[in-house]
Design a protein around this ligand. Structure first.
Ligand SMILES: [Fe+2]
Length: 396
């Protein structure tokens, strides 16, 4: 009898151990979040889970209450009414008040078991900290804001340590946003690439400080096995890599110069259709520069990774000059900000067919811009925090 009891006990313990190992661990947040597309009434939050999960954002006002004092409204990462199952999550929150700061946290529940219509089991969930740390905050746009301050870095090419040095003062300086102007990595091979390149650091340094991102696609973002997932990371109002946004007095046009060599270059393996994409953008640009929003803005700035070329430039730059420049010249653009050359250039000699200055930022400096209805101040700041170039554009 004693032997039987022992055997039964051992069997029960084994069964309990097996049951324990059968339950997978809670799916944790892998990277992020970071914030994009801040408007007067909303913003977009993006993060990455370690395994398949559904995700949502909870929102709370800045009313002095504890985040846990009430059930907070949820904004799901859903599409066509169904929560999206996956690792990358993006949630658009809308219907907010302008010029107002909100608190938020990201939440997710991992998929423990998915037997389709028969049974789906979610785990107990993971989320950003609101107990030991302050919840994240973000401020919606204030239409009365008369000045915009923003920073721009480009051509990081996965040198995350350089990126960290370039943006480390941002939480204290509080720019309205940080622009990543292309070539975050050299090729996007996996889901991890962009996080390792600089997005993980951008999330850690900028998000707790309430600073959103504005992102342009560089030519290198077209390369690699995971390149097709760009919009999973950087959703835009247009669903394309070209779009516009307003911040304070400035209207921004974000353009995608696409690749730098001809579409049939062997390096693109017959996968490129960038001539057509640039043509499509040029058509769209006609409408943008004739819009009331563009015309009414006191300041107009173009953000693009590549640069309108000279006669002897590479193919992509020549196409930008042929297709984009005619739509931009004579339309009242104040400034174009680019990267790509990995060296600083100030081009205001009309050599690129435009009637506005072009600042090409190097791959090792941060450009800090302040703009209002009177003009634009530009400072190029190196990794040591020293101002190495300065420009002033007075509005006529
Ligand atoms: Fe580059």
């Amino acid at each position: 009898m004693k032997r039987l009891t022992l055997l039964l006990g051992a069997l029960l313990l084994t069964a309990a151990a097996l049951a324990q190992t059968a339950v997978p661990p809670t799916v944790r947040i892998a990277h992020g979040p970071y914030v994009l597309n801040v408007t007067e009434d909303g913003f977009t939050v993006v993060w990455d889970a370690k395994a398949d999960a559904i995700g949502w954002v909870e929102l709370a006002p800045m009313d002095g209450s504890h985040f846990y004092s009430a059930e907070r409204p949820r904004y799901y990462d859903s599409h066509l009414g169904l929560c999206r199952v996956g690792r990358m999550h993006r949630v658009r929150i809308e219907g907010l008040q302008p010029g107002t700061t909100y608190r938020y946290r990201i939440m997710q529940r991992g998929i423990v078991l998915n037997e389709g219509n028969r049974r789906v089991i979610l785990d107990d969930g993971d989320g950003s900290e609101v107990y030991r740390r302050k919840p994240y905050t973000i401020r919606t746009l204030d239409p009365a804001q008369e000045k915009v301050d923003f920073w721009m870095v480009n051509d990081i090419h996965a040198r995350d340590s350089v990126f960290q040095l370039l943006i480390k003062e941002a939480p204290e300086a509080q720019p309205d946003f940080v622009c990543l102007n292309g070539d975050l990595a050299s090729q996007t091979e996996t889901e991890q690439t962009l996080w390792d390149a600089c997005l993980g650091s951008a999330s850690k340094i900028l998000t707790p400080a309430g600073i959103p991102l504005a992102v342009t696609r560089g030519n290198h973002e077209n390369r690699g096995a995971y390149a097709q997932h760009w919009l999973d990371y950087f959703p835009t109002p247009t669903g394309e890599t070209y779009y516009t946004f307003r911040r304070g007095p400035a209207f921004f046009i974000v353009l995608d110069g696409c690749e730098d060599k001809p579409d049939n270059d062997p390096r693109y393996y017959g996968m490129g259709d960038w001539n057509e994409y640039r043509r499509q953008q040029a058509e769209w640009l006609k409408g943008v520069v004739n819009s009331d929003e563009f015309r009414a803005a006191p300041v107009r700035i173009v953000l693009m990774h590549m640069i309108p070329g000279k006669e002897d430039s590479w193919y992509g730059e020549q196409q930008i000059r042929r297709l984009f420049v005619p739509e931009l010249a004579g339309k009242g653009i104040d400034l174009m900000l680019c990267g790509h050359y990995h060296r600083y250039h100030w081009i205001d000699d009309g050599s690129r067919g435009v009637d506005f200055p072009i600042l090409v930022n190097s791959n090792n400096d941060c450009l800090r811009v302040s703009a209002d209805a009177k003009g634009i101040d530009l400072k190029v700041v190196n990794t040591a925090g020293a101002v190495i170039k300065q420009h002033r554009i007075d509005k006529k």
